[in-house]
Design a protein around this ligand. Structure first.
Ligand code: SAM
Ligand code: SF4
Length: 330
């Protein structure tokens, strides 16, 4: 083991989000333009071996939680092979996947067999026409089937469902989502819309603050505060009658930067220390030019030392990063 990876503000880094592709089969309004984005060349994205090397190095520095994301991670061929490589690393304690769910039903068995133990599925609407409006794809039933398929594997827990909340849209289904959370063994979490969309349509008045979502749910099904787990991004509330719980991730209205322990690696191997970073550190070039583990470690430590204290979404003069969420890896 190597010494713990730390930033210059005294935070231990324990979590890495690795994007395996910038491509996606959905076109969510809050993430990607209808026409897609210019995709990276195949040769420019890290190979599974390169990803496993970086993840292994990070894990040996105390970064024990690894989440695979994208773009749509299941759109990359044979993702289970990467899952198998990572789950064989004893320093990786928590290996998870964030997916839009479209391809999950057909891959879930292979993924579980390869060692996947946790999954987050994005689901922003419960009515087919609203799902289409938001994702520009007619795939609600497929996503629900994937959730049902995942549920059959007790190894895969918890199953989390992420709902990005948009003002003047999500309000209509907030109570339906509460009922969905009460009925299924899924941890439903509402996420505030962040300025990382491809259409650059984000504005403060399109954010539906989680306090408002909570108020709407509480009026129908009273809630009790369970607080926020350390390093957990979400604050959980339990239904007062004991039938399930619901979570809220509020990066805009209640930033949790002070406690942030995560870093990100883009599909082409750029290390990012914040979703809103304006700089990044290339790991692909050294990886492909024969850098030793010690050299890579030094590069990573220097970049992470400079991790931002906080994001500036709520400050005057905030500038949206060039990369969208799908190009970073959310
Ligand atoms: N394609 C996969 C999916 O949708 O789950 C993984 C990648 S996606 C970029 C990761 C997460 O980021 C999803 O839960 C998605 O809803 C969320 N997301 C994307 N754009 C966002 C934005 N502008 N604000 C808040 N969350 C966003
Ligand atoms: Fe694709 Fe996920 Fe972005 Fe939707 S949120 S467009 S599914 S990457």
């Amino acid at each position: 083991m190597r010494p713990q990876l730390v930033d210059g503000h005294g935070r231990d880094i324990g979590d890495v989000r690795i994007s395996v592709t910038d491509r996606c089969n959905f076109r969510c309004q809050y993430c990607m333009p209808a026409e897609g984005l210019p995709w990276l060349d195949r040769k420019d994205i890290l190979t599974y071996e390169e990803i496993a090397r970086v993840a292994g190095l990070l894990a040996s520095m105390g970064v024990h939680d690894v989440r695979l994301t994208g773009g749509e991670p299941l759109a990359r061929r044979e993702l289970w092979k990467l899952v198998e490589m990572l789950s064989a690393d004893g320093n990786i304690h928590d290996l998870s996947l964030t997916t839009n769910g479209y391809l999950l039903e057909r891959q879930v068995e292979q993924l579980v067999r390869a060692g996947l133990r946790r999954v987050n599925v994005s689901l922003d609407a419960l009515a087919p026409d609203r799902f289409f409006q938001l994702t520009r794809r007619n795939s609600l039933q497929q996503v629900l089937s994937s959730l049902a398929a995942a549920e059959k594997y007790p190894e895969l827990r918890p199953i989390k469902v992420n709902v990005v909340a948009l003002k003047d849209f999500t309000e209509d289904e907030v109570v339906a989502f509460a009922e969905f959370a009460r009925k299924h063994p899924y941890e439903v979490r509402f996420i505030e819309f962040m300025p990382l969309d491809g259409d650059r349509n984000w504005s403060r008045d399109r954010v539906l603050p989680n306090a408002e979502v909570r108020r709407l749910i509480h009026a129908a099904y009273p809630l009790k505060d369970l607080g926020r787990e350390r390093h957990g991004t979400s604050r959980r509330w339990e239904f007062a009658d004991g039938q399930g719980s619901i979570g809220f991730i509020s990066p805009v209205s209640e930033p949790f930067c002070g406690d942030c322990n995560r870093i990100r690696i883009t599909a082409e191997g750029e290390l990012r220390t914040c979703l809103f970073s304006m700089t990044e550190t290339d790991l692909r070039e050294p990886l492909r030019n024969g850098a030793s583990d010690a050299e890579l470690e030094a590069l990573i430590r220097a970049a992470v030392w400079e991790k931002e204290l906080k994001h500036h979404v709520n400050d005057e003069g905030f500038v949206q990063p060039l990369r969208t969420m799908s190009q970073i890896g959310g």
